[in-house]
Design a protein around this ligand. Structure first.
Ligand SMILES: Cc1cc2nc3c(=O)[nH]c(=O)nc-3n(C[C@H](O)[C@H](O)[C@H](O)COP(=O)(O)OP(=O)(O)OC[C@H]3O[C@@H](n4cnc5c(N)ncnc54)[C@H](O)[C@@H]3O)c2cc1C
Length: 423
């Protein structure tokens, strides 16, 4: 069913509740697990889109009300035209605002929290079909739970984002070696505004990416030299992210023993140095056209070198081969109840596999290592955790369940994934 207004959502939820059906809001379907699957009414909120309100704050930020179904790739240009930007973003922009926020989508940057921490308020249609406005002072408990709500508390119709003045990002990408990159992890993640790296399994090669925030008034032109370097870098990026990478994966799916040499080749092509400058919402994201599955774990940030070394050892002890790089990012601690970065500076490690290849052994082995280090799984990606073993990882897990019991006692927004992770 397609909703065109908050009133439509209220009506749909009320009818479903009365009929004893469940409801699930649809995002853009970019989660890697069954969090968005329903056996009840699938509610398309795509038309709840665009900017609805603007409120300047004394600290220079602006509170921007947006329809929950707005795609992130629509948010960036709309904010830019107002001289504004999202403070941080993940690495794609295909998601809906509400879908990305409901699963705790994050980017990278030791001084920056995930996307959910940018929410200043929201309107959510709860189980009885009533739209409730919540923020830190109005219905604060509902707000505390619903800003990273896994779709469990209602259908979000409006999200208020705290936006910052528009800024540019300067990106410097280049090759590295795993050991020195791990030794310098602490230094590199704190010295750069946004730092991440990709490690090519079965090799010691990595590709690092450093983003620096620049004001729009600053020098936005990288000059012809940088433009040339950017062009050279594009060839490498295209290899790493798309294009021939699809072909590579088709080939190695049939002949996995080729993977180590293919990875060395990918690393050397992708590893060329590049420099570029651009609008933040363009620079944060990269096109991803190769289909894959992904598991991502959040661990205390200082455990990243241990986790990567253990994973590297595991590859040395098994026959499993993957052509997909392992992605490593970081984030500041936050106070959001179900955030993977709750209460601790966080490092993220994501493992991927081509969708046609069986990855269960790989993902389960990685999950065991990350879990032993206090890892928390990304809510929108592959994982095998249950409410029982997730609860100790989240000091406010019981608070979340209490708020859920209050606002959705009949489990109108339930599905099999939520039964597994929330009980
Ligand atoms: C290629 C790729 C790259 C990715 N990169 C990153 C990354 O850089 N960082 C990161 O953290 N994650 C990343 N992800 C994961 C992705 O951000 C999350 O899975 C996100 O939830 C997907 O958003 P969506 O709009 O597709 O939501 P869906 O997957 O469609 O839905 C997710 C959940 O949100 C709920 N939901 C959606 N709309 C509403 C609403 N209006 N009200 C209530 N609940 C709602 C759904 O019911 C569901 O429970 C990536 C995924 C892919 C496929």
């Amino acid at each position: 069913m397609v909703a065109r207004s908050t009133a439509d959502v209220e009506d749909a939820v009320r009818r479903a509740h009365e009929a004893g059906q469940r409801v699930k809001a649809l995002g853009s379907g970019h989660s890697f697990n069954t969090i968005a699957v329903t056996d009840g009414v699938a509610l398309n909120v795509r038309n709840l889109s665009g900017i609805e309100s603007l409120v300047p704050e004394p600290d220079g930020t602006v509170l921007v009300g947006l329809g929950a179904g707005t795609r992130l790739h629509e948010v960036g240009p709309a904010l830019w035209s107002l001289g504004l930007a999202m403070r941080n973003m993940g690495d794609i922009d295909a998601q809906t605002l509400s879908g990305a926020l409901s699963t705790g989508t994050h980017g990278t940057g030791s001084a920056f929290t995930g996307l959910t921490d940018q929410i200043a308020g929201m309107t959510i249609v709860t189980a009885d079909g009533t739209a409730v406005r919540c923020d830190p002072t109005t219905e604060p408990e509902l707000f505390a739970a619903a800003r990273l709500g896994l779709g469990a508390l209602g259908v979000v119709t409006t999200i208020v984002l705290r936006c910052v003045p528009a800024f540019l990002l300067e990106a410097v990408e280049g090759p590295g070696r795993l050991d020195p990159v791990l030794e310098n992890w602490e230094q590199d993640r704190t010295a750069n505004d946004h730092y991440e790296f990709y490690w090519f399994p079965h090799t010691d090669q990595v590709h690092t990416k450093r983003n620096r925030r620049l004001s729009v008034e600053g020098d936005a032109s990288p000059g012809w030299r940088a433009a040339a370097a950017r062009f050279a870098g594009r060839i490498g990026k295209e290899t790493l992210e798309n294009g021939v990478f699809e072909v590579i994966n088709r080939v190695v799916t049939r002949v996995p023993r080729m993977i180590p040499s293919v990875n060395r080749l990918s690393a050397s092509v992708a590893g060329s140095t590049s420099h570029s400058v651009g609008r933040s919402y363009r620079m944060f994201v990269t096109p991803r056209r190769v289909r894959f599955r992904e598991m991502e774990y959040a661990v205390p940030v200082e455990r990243i070198p241990d986790l990567l070394r253990e994973l590297s050892q595991w590859f040395g002890q098994t026959d499993y081969r993957t052509a997909f790089p392992v992605e490593v990012r970081c984030a500041a601690a936050d106070d959001i109840w179900l955030s993977t970065a709750f209460g601790r500076p966080t490092g993220y490690v994501a493992v991927h596999e081509y969708y046609r290849r069986e990855a269960d052994d790989y993902f389960r082995a990685f999950e065991a290592m990350a879990r032993a280090m206090g890892g928390r799984p990304h809510w929108g990606k592959v994982h095998h955790r249950t409410a029982e073993d997730l609860a100790p990882s989240y000091p406010h897990f019981e608070d979340f369940r209490r708020v859920r019991n209050r606002w959705d006692p009949d489990r109108v927004f339930d599905n099999s994934y939520l039964r597994r992770v929330l009980g």
